[in-house]
Design a protein around this ligand. Structure first.
Ligand code: RAM
Length: 334
């Protein structure tokens, strides 16, 4: 009888161990990618990169989310609910550098690792900001492309995303400093408008620019949504060859506009790689990797090691330029 009791106890104990093991296996690192807004091809590509990283890391689940329109309020609500869901990390492209800081701090106080990517949060609101490239390079490149498209002289305008977007505002400041240089003295910035990364609003703003500035020669749109909408507007207003659009675009969305002649050149980095690297970075923070800190580095799978500077910022490669020679090839990728 005693033996039988012992055997039952041993069986129960082994079942418990097996159950606990099973539980452990199911515990995944839940990384929430919060984007500026849903329905933007750029973030869809970043999401694909996040999924690729999760498949390689094996114990990661990606929660892809964002508001329908790019507002800080929408993102605050989402972050609040992610705090209740006790996710492991939040990887956010912020619609405002400061408005989201209190909620990001609340998340971090609960042990959630918050990093920003693409459009950054102010330093106190995140552990790391992953920039796609160096901000100076991105800004300079866009002025250079506009200047080249119009022979170095004429009126230009900027069609941006939302007025509070961290990334676009940094690039616009660089563009303005570039315009102060003697080599761009003949370029005149006549207006800066905001399409809020919504196709319809961006299109209307572009039409407005074209109609109220009859001497306009170039529109620079440092947003994939804006550049696509501005190119359509130039075609619809029969201004191909007279007004050139440039900025940051997705080859898959821009190939037709390069062919129509509305766009000669545009630039971008690989959004798949950006989402992939941001996911790996978040994973290192969740796992408490000793180097995952300002002044350290994160390991980003096929992207190698990414250095983090003293302000907690990291940058990936230089933006790449697309034109009629290469746009079709890349349009199959992103
Ligand atoms: C849009 C978004 C994003 C930006 C790209 C270039 O998709 O505004 O934040 O990085 O454009």
């Amino acid at each position: 009888m005693k033996l039988k009791k012992l055997a039952i106890a041993a069986l129960a104990a082994s079942m418990l161990v097996a159950f606990a093991g099973c539980e452990k296996k199911q515990e995944k690192v839940r990384i929430a990618m919060v984007v500026k807004n849903l329905g933007n091809g750029f973030f869809d590509a970043a999401h694909a990169g996040a999924n690729e990283a999760a498949a390689q890391l094996k114990d990661v689940e990606i929660i892809y989310t964002g508001p329908t329109t790019p507002s800080a309020e929408g993102q605050i609500e989402i972050v609040n609910s992610l705090i209740s869901q006790k996710v492991s990390a939040i990887v956010i492209s912020a619609n405002d550098p400061d408005a989201l800081v209190p909620i990001a701090k609340k998340a971090m106080a609960r042990g959630i690792k918050v990093i920003s990517f693409d459009s950054g949060l102010s330093q106190e609101g995140r552990l790391m900001q992953l920039n796609p490239s160096n901000a100076a390079l991105i800004g300079q490149k866009q002025i250079q492309m506009a200047s080249d498209a119009i022979g170095g002289a004429g009126e230009i305008a900027i069609l941006s995303a939302s007025a509070q977007a961290t990334n676009q505002n940094i690039w616009i400041n660089v563009m303005k400093s570039e315009l102060a240089k003697p080599e761009f003295a003949k370029l005149k910035l006549v207006a800066t408008v905001y399409g809020d990364d919504q196709s319809d609003k961006s299109y209307r703003e572009a039409i407005g620019l074209l109609r109220s500035n009859p001497g306009l020669k170039a529109i620079i749109a440092p947003t994939t949504v804006g550049i696509n909408a501005a190119s359509k507007a130039v075609v619809d207003e029969h201004l191909v060859g007279k007004v050139f659009v440039t900025g940051l675009g997705l080859p898959s969305e821009m190939a037709g506009h390069v062919k129509s002649g509305a766009v000669r050149e545009f630039a971008i980095w690989n959004p798949i790689d950006l989402g992939y690297a941001a996911t790996y970075a978040a994973y290192d923070f969740v796992k408490g990797a000793p180097n995952a800190k300002a002044g350290g580095s994160v390991s980003a799978g096929r992207m190698g090691t990414i250095a983090i500077d003293a302000n907690g910022e990291a940058a990936m490669g230089a933006p790449f330029t697309y034109n009629k020679e290469n746009v079709d090839k890349f349009s199959k990728i992103f």
